[in-house]
Design a protein around this ligand. Structure first.
Ligand code: GLU
Length: 543
C-alpha cells in the first residue's frame, strides 16, 4: 500500500481482494434486479411502480429481486423511513427475495443490504483506486468551490471540478499526506483519466440507443466523513450483489456517464440498464410529474389509506407499465397477474398519464368480483385500521353489512359496482344506516328537480297505500301502480302528453329520493331488502 493510501485509510479493514473473495459471483443466467430507495420518509407511487417492474421482471425469469436501502445521504434521511418502505412493500405484497425485510432484518447472502453498513466495503475499493492513481484527496473549501462556480458562470463555462479548476488533482502527494495527518478535512475524488472519450453511448432496454457527452468532472467518491456518495456506493453494490439489470427512474440517465466510468475503472462488468419514465399527471393543459408536494396520490400510502384492494393497485399500475397489459387482463380476468409477461418494448419512452378515475374503474370491477364474505372481511379490516368509529358501527350489525355487500356483484339485481374503495363505504351506503340518513335527510330541492310539486302529495299517499297492500299480501308491482296513476314511457308520453300524468322516472325518483336521498344507486328492491319495508314507509311518511 502506498503512503497516500495509508494516510487516507489508516485502519482499512478489508482489501479489495478480501471483498471479491467474500462475495461469490452468481450464476450468469440469473436475472437479478433491485429497488434501491433512499429512506426519505416517503415512498412515491413511482417507486412502487418501479418496484413492481423490478420484481416482475426478476420473477418472470426465475430470478432474484432485492430491496437495498441507500442511506448514505444522512441529510435527506428521516427517522422511521425504512419502516415506511418495508410497510408499503408488505402491504402491497412486494416480496423481495433478498435485502431488507423489516428495519434491522435482512435476507440473502450478499448483504448487508443497507449502504451505511457497508462503509468498510466501499473503503476497500476506494483504497484500490487511490493505489492505482484513480482517486485523490481534495481539500477545497466550500468558498473555493463557490469561487470556481462563479468564475465558470462568468466565463460561460460548464460548471464542475475539472481541468484547471480541479485544484487538487495534481497536488503534491507529500503535501496531501501532511494535511491529512494534521486532520484537515478532505473528500476523495475520482481522477477522470485523460484518455476518456468525449462522448459515450449505451443501449437502454427501454429508451434504446442513448448517446451523450462524457463526464469529465472529478466527482466525489467519499465525502468528508468518508461516507461514499450514492454513485460510488451503488456501483460497488450492484457489482457485488450481481445486479444484471438496473431498472430505475429515468432521472438517472444524466448520471450514466459517471456510472459507466465507475464500472470501467473499478474493473466491473456493467449491468444492463432500463430507465423508466416517470408517472405523469395532467395539470390544466400541461403534463407534469406526479409531485410529492402537490399531489396526495403521489404517496404510496394514499392507496392503502383509501382502501383500494391490492389487486386493483397492481392491475392499474400494470396497465401503465405495459401497453398490452389491459387487453391481456380483459381476456384473462381470472388469471393471476403474475402470469402476464412484461416486455421492455411495451414500456413507454414517455411517462404514462396517471388517472385516478381509471384506477377507480378497475377497482370497482375487482370489488364487484369479490365474494360477499371476502368483501365483508376486507371492509372490516380496513375500518379496523383506519376508521375506528366506522369499525364499531359495522361490527354492531354484521348482518346489515353483509346485506349491503349482497347488493353488489354479479348476483345483484342490477349488477351494481358502487364501491371503488373501502373508504367510500359511507358515502356510497351510509343512507342505509338510519342515523346517518337522519343526519342527511333528502333535500326538497332534489325532489322538486325530479318530481313536479303538484304530484308530491299524491305520490306519497299512493305509495303508502301500496306498501300497506304489499304487507297484506298484494302481488301488485310498482309498475302496475305507476300505470294506474297515469305514468308511461317517454315515447308514449311525448306523443300524447295530455293523456298521461307523467313519465316513469318521476314516479320512481319520488320513492328513491325519499328513501335514499339520491337519484341513483342500488335497486329499490334491494333498498327494501336491506332496511326493511317499515323503514321505507317511515322515510316516506316523515319527509
Ligand atoms: N438511491 C437512488 C434513489 O433514491 C437509486 C437510484 C438507482 O436505482 O440506481 O432513487
Amino acid at each position: 500500500m502506498n503512503k497516500l493510501t495509508k494516510a487516507i485509510f489508516p485502519n482499512l479493514k478489508y482489501s479489495k481482494e478480501d471483498i471479491l473473495n467474500k462475495y461469490k459471483r452468481r450464476d450468469e443466467n440469473t436475472v437479478v434486479t433491485r429497488l434501491a430507495p433512499s429512506p426519505t420518509g416517503f415512498l412515491h407511487i413511482g417507486g412502487v411502480y418501479t418496484a413492481m417492474i423490478n420484481e416482475h421482471i426478476a420473477h418472470q425469469n426465475g430470478g432474484v429481486f432485492m430491496l437495498r436501502i441507500e442511506d448514505t445521504d444522512k441529510k435527506r434521511e428521516q427517522d422511521g423511513a425504512v419502516d415506511i418502505i418495508c410497510e408499503v412493500f408488505k402491504r402491497l405484497g412486494l416480496n423481495p427475495d433478498e435485502g431488507v425485510i423489516t428495519p434491522g432484518e435482512e435476507k440473502g447472502e450478499y448483504g448487508p443490504y443497507t449502504q451505511s453498513e457497508r462503509v468498510d466495503i466501499y473503503h476497500a475499493f476506494a483504497a484500490d483506486l487511490v493505489e492505482r492513481g484513480l482517486a485523490y484527496p481534495c481539500f477545497a473549501t466550500e468558498e473555493e468551490l463557490n469561487e470556481i462556480r462563479d468564475k465558470q458562470t462568468l466565463n460561460k463555462e460548464t460548471p464542475g471540478y475539472y481541468g484547471k479548476y480541479a485544484l487538487y488533482r495534481d497536488y503534491p502527494v507529500d503535501e496531501a499526506i501532511k494535511r491529512i495527518e494534521a486532520k484537515e478535512e478532505f473528500v476523495l475524488r475520482f481522477r477522470v483519466p485523460e484518455d476518456e472519450p468525449q462522448r459515450v453511448s449505451i443501449t437502454d432496454l427501454i429508451k434504446g440507443e442513448i448517446e451523450m457527452d462524457n463526464n469529465f468532472n472529478d466527482f466525489v467518491l467519499l465525502k468528508n466523513d468518508m461516507v461514499p456518495t450514492y454513485h460510488f456506493a451503488h456501483a460497488i453494490d450492484d457489482y457485488l450483489m450481481g445486479t444484471t439489470v438496473v431498472i430505475r427512474g429515468d432521472e438517472w440517465i444524466s448520471s450514466l456517464p459517471i456510472h459507466i466510468e465507475l464500472f470501467k475503472y473499478l474493473g466491473f462488468k456493467r449491468p444492463d440498464y432500463a430507465h423508466v419514465a416517470p408517472v405523469m399527471k395532467m395539470d390544466g393543459e400541461s403534463r407534469r410529474k406526479l409531485s410529492k408536494r402537490k399531489d396526495p396520490e403521489a404517496n404510496a400510502m394514499f392507496y392503502i389509506e383509501k382502501g383500494y384492494p391490492v389487486k386493483a393497485i397492481y392491475a392499474y399500475l400494470y396497465t401503465l407499465i405495459n401497453s398490452n397489459f389491459e387487453e391481456w387482463y380483459l381476456q384473462n380476468p381470472t388469471l393471476d397477474l403474475s402470469e402476464f409477461k412484461f416486455t421492455y418494448e411495451n414500456m413507454g419512452i414517455d411517462g404514462p398519464l396517471f388517472d385516478l378515475q381509471k384506477l377507480d374503474n378497475i377497482s370497482r370491477e375487482i370489488i364487484y368480483n369479490t365474494d360477499v364474505d371476502t368483501n365483508v372481511k376486507n371492509m372490516l379490516d380496513w375500518a379496523y385500521e383506519f376508521d375506528n368509529s366506522l369499525y364499531n358501527r359495522l361490527t354492531q350489525n354484521l348482518e346489515l353489512l353483509t346485506n349491503i355487500f349482497k347488493t353488489q356483484g354479479p348476483d345483484s339485481a342490477e349488477h351494481r359496482k358502487d364501491l371503488a374503495n373501502y373508504s367510500s363505504f359511507i358515502s356510497e351506503f351510509g343512507f342505509l344506516y338510519n342515523d346517518i340518513f337522519e343526519q342527511n335527510p333528502p333535500s326538497r330541492e332534489l325532489l322538486l328537480e325530479n318530481v313536479s310539486e303538484a304530484n308530491v302529495e299524491l305520490l306519497r299517499t299512493e305509495y303508502l297505500k301500496y306498501f300497506e297492500e304489499l304487507k297484506n299480501g298484494s302481488e301488485k308491482t310498482m309498475k302496475d301502480l305507476a300505470k294506474e296513476l297515469g305514468y308511461t314511457d317517454k315515447k308514449k308520453y311525448t306523443k300524447n302528453p295530455e293523456a298521461y300524468r307523467g313519465m316513469f322516472p318521476e314516479f320512481y325518483h319520488f320513492l328513491r329520493i325519499l328513501a335514499t336521498g339520491k337519484t341513483q344507486g342500488i335497486s329499490m328492491d334491494d333498498v327494501i331488502k336491506v332496511i326493511g319495508l317499515d323503514e321505507v314507509i317511515r322515510r316516506v311518511k316523515e319527509f
